[in-house]
Design a protein. Structure first.
Length: 461
């Protein structure tokens, strides 16, 4: 038995593992490469394996760096099933469609440039319709349900606590007289995070394939994070302007709304008009509302008490462009949650245009900002930024709340690993070089055998 890593090897995006049992070939995740233009060009490369040789795809969670090439896989000829948690399917329906729509927009934009240069047009990687069609391949499971998906292959999804529906993939494999228990973490959640349960404990394994995104970091405590949040909201309220919160549509947005509801009085939330200004985040919030069974005990209590987790009395969900533009007339007392999470597109840029230059404005950064993005420039203290060719002075105060990560930190990853009996060997993926090396060192100190695959490298199991 062997595994090959075709993405998220020494990087965090493009997750795609090919598993060969000797009898069957399985794909674990099939995600997009995200980041710079060169990175994203890699999404157009042909798959480095024959598609008709793949028997099944198993998807850990809905984030596009894990799911985003599934429509492409199907467009290219894959006809088998895609196994995922039911909530992952519900979120993929929103995210893959949006991804298809953006692909079409990007291709149109690119083709206008190409036409002027006399070049042949490019096709979108996949379209909105192709994304929709790919949903038919999904086969859903619940957590902890053991299912035989092929002769000699049993699958069980365990709660990974990262986003709704996110799963640790447990596989029992049997081929040619060999039996292996393989566990792939997908993305492992941050203990104590709002709404979701902590990552499930895995009892045993012969081989672990583990993420390492924050393998060299330790997160600020939840308590300190919430205190910081309350302080920032107070100082923003005193200065009298608006607060802009760039947030990812799935996960972070729901955690924020939930935290605002749970701390409604402590944080003085009644001082604000709150806007969720993102059609995708609104849809994702609906999906979160439908899966109450996946909440942790505290969120269930909150749900029962408030008849929902996200129903703040002063929250408005603005779907249409007109509703969104109407927010621009508000000079004071608005909290505007809008995408994109790293400020590279979406409605947040429009709100920046109207508010960023004002000294009574505040920007609340609640998620990771990759280098090269507008969000990162703000975090790094830029005094001016460019929006649609116009230079805008940054008058707003920028606050970074670092503790809201959806990923386990080093202590979380190690604690999860130490819960497994017998120190099984580890293959580390989904991390840049430094965090991956750092986590490898810490695991080796605990007696683990650790391998760090390069892209395309074959590892025996
Ligand atoms: Zn993820
Ligand atoms: Zn990921």
């Amino acid at each position: 038995m062997q595994v090959q890593c075709f993405g998220a090897a020494g990087e965090v995006t493009g997750s795609c593992l090919l598993l060969e049992t000797g009898r069957h070939r399985l794909l674990l995740d099939c995600g997009l490469f995200q980041g710079s233009r060169e990175e994203e060009e890699r999404n157009r490369e042909e798959f480095p394996f024959p598609l008709d040789s793949i028997d099944a795809v198993i998807l850990s969670h809905a984030h596009l760096d894990h799911s985003g090439r599934i429509p492409l896989l199907i467009k290219a000829g894959y006809t088998g099933p895609v196994y995922a948690h039911a909530a992952t399917r519900d979120l993929c329906r929103i995210m893959l469609k949006d991804s298809g729509y953006l692909n079409e927009k990007d291709a149109q934009w690119e083709n206008r440039k190409r036409q002027r240069k006399g070049l042949k047009p490019v096709e979108p990687i996949y379209t909105l319709e192709e994304a929709k069609a790919s949903m038919r391949a999904f086969r859903t499971l619940r957590y902890d349900q053991r299912r035989r998906i092929l002769p000699g292959v049993h699958l069980r999804l365990r709660d990974a606590g990262h986003i709704l529906g996110s799963a640790i993939v447990e596989l029992e494999l049997e081929a040619n007289g060999t039996r292996r228990r393989l566990v792939y973490t997908g993305d492992l959640g941050h203990r104590g995070a709002p709404i979701l349960r902590d990552p499930a404990r895995v009892e045993t394994a012969d081989q672990i394939i583990m993420e390492s995104t924050y393998g060299d970091r330790s997160h600020r405590s939840w308590e300190a994070t919430w205190t910081e949040m309350a302080e920032v909201l107070d100082s923003a309220a005193n200065s009298g302007g608006n607060v802009m919160v760039p947030a990812f549509a799935v996960g972070r947005t729901q955690e924020l709304l939930y935290a605002m509801q749970m701390n409604y009085h402590d944080w003085g939330m009644d001082r604000w008009q709150i806007f969720l200004d993102s059609p995708m985040a609104i849809e994702a919030t609906r999906v979160y509302s439908r899966h109450v069974d996946l909440y942790d005990a505290e969120a269930r209590t909150g749900h029962a008490r408030h008849d929902g987790l996200f129903d703040l009395p002063n929250l408005r969900m603005t779907r249409t462009a007109n509703q969104s533009m109407a927010i621009n007339r508000i000079r004071s007392g608005a909290i505007i949650i809008a995408g994109s999470g790293m400020c590279t597109g979406g409605r947040i840029k429009h709100h920046f245009k109207h508010n960023l230059w004002r000294s009574d404005s505040h920007v609340l950064i609640v998620g990771f900002q990759a280098s090269g993005t507008l969000g990162r420039r703000l975090v790094d203290g830029a005094t001016h930024v460019r929006l649609w060719g116009e230079t805008i002075r940054v008058g707003a105060q920028i606050h970074t709340i670092g503790g809201l990560s959806a990923h386990a930190d080093q202590a979380g990853l190690l604690e999860w690993y130490e819960g497994i009996a017998g120190r099984p060997p580890v293959i580390l993926v989904h991390g840049e070089d430094d965090p991956r090396e750092c986590l490898a060192g810490a695991l080796r100190e605990r007696g683990a055998k650790v391998r760090l695959p390069q892209r395309g490298e074959t590892l025996g199991l």
